[in-house]
Design a protein around this ligand. Structure first.
Ligand code: ADP
Ligand code: MG
Length: 385
């Protein structure tokens, strides 16, 4: 799960990690009064779950309180397109007003789970503010990785190594030990999957501060963090994916034309591969999981049909724990309730398969049955050509 910059900064403050003052403004008048409080200047920042806002017009500098009010009005409700949003962009629903900082140097710092070592690692670079992917591609030697031993935590020499990589001196160097340790504690205690501070800034006054913050959490640990769950912003998530997750289903939106209902992630991959092999591509896939009920199948089918990209549906179920007759009843129920207009091809195999096929055949609905996966994929691709 991702959160907004203003929420990430609330967490930074809770863990005593320095970050410039800032608050969400509810309206233009509030933007004006916050800016006044900050000495008449502020940075107006669009809150969306995507980076690259600066270049896309989502970070603007106000030189007067009135200007911040105008920028607020312009920014709220706008569709912001950045490198990370895709061409459709994101609607800005929340605007954050930050105290401006006199920047001496922009640096890069992140903590993530390093797959190579299987441990938590810090990444640091003196080249901040810009996209780190670009630094990694052009000058990889400018990114330093420090892997943390979970039994020891961030050791003193490692903090010094990171400070060296960041090129810190003077006061900023003195502040860096606590800054890094507190950030690491936040990462562990809140079960983060990534904390990225880009840019980490050294101010003209020599202070170290987190100018931007992006935090992502491990979804599997959210159950023990109701305070983090409260940060969830459903408007930033694809609505069908949210609805599916409320039924315990896993829905992923893609950009092809065949809707896929499957059970199991491996089967989903195989299904998408074979659809592509036969010359089409998946519009989405929905994993109904191991032992889904008739109702879950019904919901799953409805969610797939709601996707405007879907020109045909392929149901590919291997009934191990799942019973094929339950799948068949769910499909029929959903087809009747939703008035299916697109071709539906079903491949069933496993427990109670004969009964499942009989139920489909006797339903009177126009559902094609595939003899096997290959045959089913061929039929569904042919149905839209
Ligand atoms: P994004 O990563 O989405 O582009 P950032 O928060 O990193 O957004 O802001 C982009 C740039 O705007 C920063 O690299 C920095 O130069 C400037 N900036 C952002 N917040 C402030 C601030 N409070 N004071 C001064 N400059 C800022
Ligand atoms: Mg940034």
């Amino acid at each position: 799960m991702d959160i907004h910059e203003y929420q990430a900064k609330e967490l930074l403050r809770q863990f005593n990690v320095a970050t410039p003052d800032g608050r969400v403004a509810g309206d233009a008048a509030e933007a004006r009064s916050i800016t006044q409080e900050y000495g008449g200047r502020s940075v107006v920042k669009a809150q969306i779950h995507a980076g690259g806002r600066g270049k896309g017009g989502g970070v603007k500098f106000a030189k007067t309180p009135d200007e911040s009010a105008q920028l607020f009005e312009k920014m709220r409700g706008m569709t912001l397109v950045t490198k990370q949003t895709g061409p459709e962009g994101r609607v800005v629903r929340t605007v954050f007003i930050a105290r401006p900082v006199d920047i001496a140097k922009e640096l890069y710092l992140s903590i993530l789970v390093d797959r190579i070592s299987g441990r938590v690692a810090f990444l640091a670079s003196s080249e901040g503010g810009v996209e780190i992917e670009e630094v990694a591609a052009k000058t990889p030697e400018k990114i330093v990785k420090v892997v943390v031993d979970p039994c020891v935590g961030l050791a003193g020499y490692q903090a010094r190594e990171l400070a060296g990589a960041l090129g810190l001196t003077g006061d900023a160097l003195k502040q860096s030990g606590a800054f890094l340790r507190n950030l690491y504690r936040l990462f562990l205690e809140k079960d983060c999957s990534m904390v990225e501070i880009n840019p980490l800034v050294v101010t003209v006054q020599g202070e170290l501060t987190a100018l931007d913050a992006k935090i992502a959490f491990d979804d599997n640990a959210l159950f023990r963090h109701p305070e983090i769950m409260a940060y969830r912003d459903l408007s930033e998530e694809a609505p069908a994916e949210t609805e599916a997750s409320s039924f315990g289903l896993n829905f992923i939106k893609l950009d092809g034309s065949i809707g896929c209902m499957v059970n199991g992630a491996g089967l989903a991959m195989a299904t998408m591969d074979i659809i592509q092999h036969h010359g089409s591509s998946p519009a989405n896939f929905l994993d109904v999981g191991g032992g889904a009920s008739e109702e879950a199948v019904n919901n799953a089918f409805r969610i797939i049909l709601q996707d405007p990209g879907v020109k045909a549906v392929l149901v590919n179920i291997f009934g191990g724990i799942m019973r094929c007759d339950i799948v068949a009843r769910g499909i029929i129920k959903a087809s009747r309730e939703n008035g299916v207009t697109v071709p539906v091809v079903v491949r069933l195999e496993g427990t109670n398969v004969e009964e499942g096929k009989r139920i489909l055949a006797e339903s009177g609905l126009k559902i094609l049955v595939g003899a096997n996966l290959d045959d089913a994929a061929r039929k569904v691709v042919a149905s839209i050509q």
